[in-house]
Design a protein around this ligand. Structure first.
Ligand SMILES: C[S@@+](CC[C@H](N)C(=O)[O-])C[C@H]1O[C@@H](n2cnc3c(N)ncnc32)[C@H](O)[C@@H]1O
Length: 449
């Protein structure tokens, strides 16, 4: 039986209260589902079968949210954690206790459930999920926090539920050895030069966050240091650090030390990206994802393709050889400059790019390029607004290839497209993020009315 410490049996849990619960299943987004006093509790940091002590972080009328404070009894199916930092399970790998086959099953089931339950869609073929090529050490980008312990800088992740404690990461199994070495070099520099972490409460100190990014195929490392406005010694130039001091009155160093852009290779493309541009965090699986997108696009060489939310142009550029022309639209101007540079560097002459929002940019794009045969869409997690879906529908493309990192926003978007005369044909999940609940999938919609 579940019980709340410090609360009567019939009372609803309150924020800050702790409960002992048993996790039954996993919800969309990856949290554990438990029940207490007939109420559903979504518990982060817990897997099916686990009995945990959890602290309520949000209490609503019908459900509550909680975070695991202590694992009291691990579920029978749990596998041993691989990525652990000073005894803390890696926050970047919340599903590492779930066997990989179970992770894949869960992800497929969540895509199916979102499309059917949220989108009220059926009749589509849910294809087998593509497993990841590497289950560990696949991330080309990781973000760390600075903290301070015993008077020196620590650099790693926040301990579970502790905003004030950062555990040092020596070897994160999501990062490559090169990426780990770069992070450790920054920590050594901070200690050697006595550069203090930023203390948000006291509004004192310097170092806030570090992002380490890596060209998977080129071996190039790039780091981004987020700091306060204070002065501090420069980090080693071989880390190609972009320093982002607090805006306004910064008197510390800002700008880039070393090379400005990160080089990466994808298929036979040589790519460059600016610090602020998006790039998939799993290079090997990005190739798989874009291969599925190209397969669904069904190109014969005669098509005009729109690549909406194109970033540095990856999807469009990888399709350009098989299309008549591609047109990319993206909101970040630096990414568009990268996309144009990438097209030129790879001698791709039939790819064109426009900076602008999907909300206001699709109509001007149609005016400039004409209506497309195929639209590829790859939005952030929030998906498309209803208005943007309407703009996409105005393209009257034969096929829409929707690359989604969130099936719960793909579902209503696809439903709106189906309502307007498209048929959802095929959906294939691609596992880009092993050990995490993040799900990527590609959906093919065809115009049938
Ligand atoms: C998931 S990323 C995909 C990027 C690219 N297709 C790739 O695979 O590398 C989403 C992209 O959408 C861009 N974006 C976000 N909101 C946008 C908007 N309203 N209009 C156009 N692009 C937007 C982001 O800057 C980001 O580059």
């Amino acid at each position: 039986m579940e019980h709340a410490t410090g609360a009567g049996p019939a009372s609803r849990p309150r924020r800050g209260e702790q409960l002992e619960v048993e996790v039954e299943s996993l919800a969309q987004g990856g949290r554990g589902v438990a029940r207490s006093e007939g109420m559903v509790v979504f518990v982060s940091g817990a897997l099916p079968g686990d009995r945990v002590r959890a602290e309520i972080t949000k209490a609503k009328k019908r459900f509550a949210e909680a975070r695991t404070v202590e694992l009291l009894r691990p579920g029978a199916e749990r596998v041993a954690d691989v990525c652990v930092h000073e005894g803390e399970p890696c926050p970047g790998a919340p599903w590492q206790g779930l066997a990989y086959e179970r992770q894949l099953e869960q992800k497929s089931a969540q895509v199916d459930e979102a499309l059917r339950r949220i989108g009220d869609l059926d009749g589509f073929e849910l294809e087998e999920i593509e497993p990841a090529l590497e289950r560990w050490r696949y991330r080309n980008k990781l973000e760390y926090s600075f903290g301070e312990r015993d008077g020196e800088a620590s650099l790693g992740f926040h301990a579970r539920g502790r905003w004030d404690l950062v555990v040092d990461v020596e070897d994160c199994h999501l990062a490559s050895e090169r990426g780990n070495a770069a992070r450790n070099a920054v920590r050594e520099w901070a200690r050697r030069e006595s550069v203090p972490a930023y203390d948000a409460r006291a509004r004192r100190g310097v170092l806030r966050n570090l992002v380490v990014r890596e060209g998977w195929r080129t071996g190039q490392i790039q780091t981004r240091l987020v700091t306060s406005a204070a002065r501090f010694p420069k980090p080693p130039v071989d880390l190609h650090t972009a320093i982002e001091g607090d805006s306004g009155g910064t008197d510390g160093p800002t700008g880039v030390l070393g090379e400005e852009r990160l080089r990466e290779e994808l298929f036979d493309l040589k790519l460059e990206m600016s610090h602020g541009a998006f790039f998939q965090t799993n290079t090997e699986m990005a190739e798989r994802l874009y291969s599925v997108a190209a397969e669904y696009a069904g190109l014969s060489g005669a098509e005009r393709v729109f690549d909406l939310y194109c970033g540095i142009g990856t999807i469009g550029l990888s399709m350009a050889k098989r299309a008549d022309e591609v047109w990319g639209l993206e909101i970040v101007p630096e990414a568009i400059a990268d996309a144009e540079r990438n097209a030129a560097a790879n001698r791709i002459e039939n790819a064109h790019f426009m900076a602008g929002s999907a909300r206001t940019g699709v109509r001007p794009l149609i005016e400039r390029a004409g209506k497309p045969d195929v639209v590829a869409i790859d939005p952030p997690r929030a998906g498309l607004s209803q208005k943007i879906v309407r703009r996409v529908l105005e393209c009257e493309a034969k096929r829409i290839v929707y690359v989604s990192c969130n099936p719960t926003t793909l579902a209503p978007n696809a439903a709106q497209m189906v309502e307007a005369g498209y048929t959802l044909r095929r959906v294939r999940p691609v596992d880009m993020f092993p050990q995490t609940p993040h799900i990527e999938c590609v959906a093919l919609l065809e115009r049938t009315a």
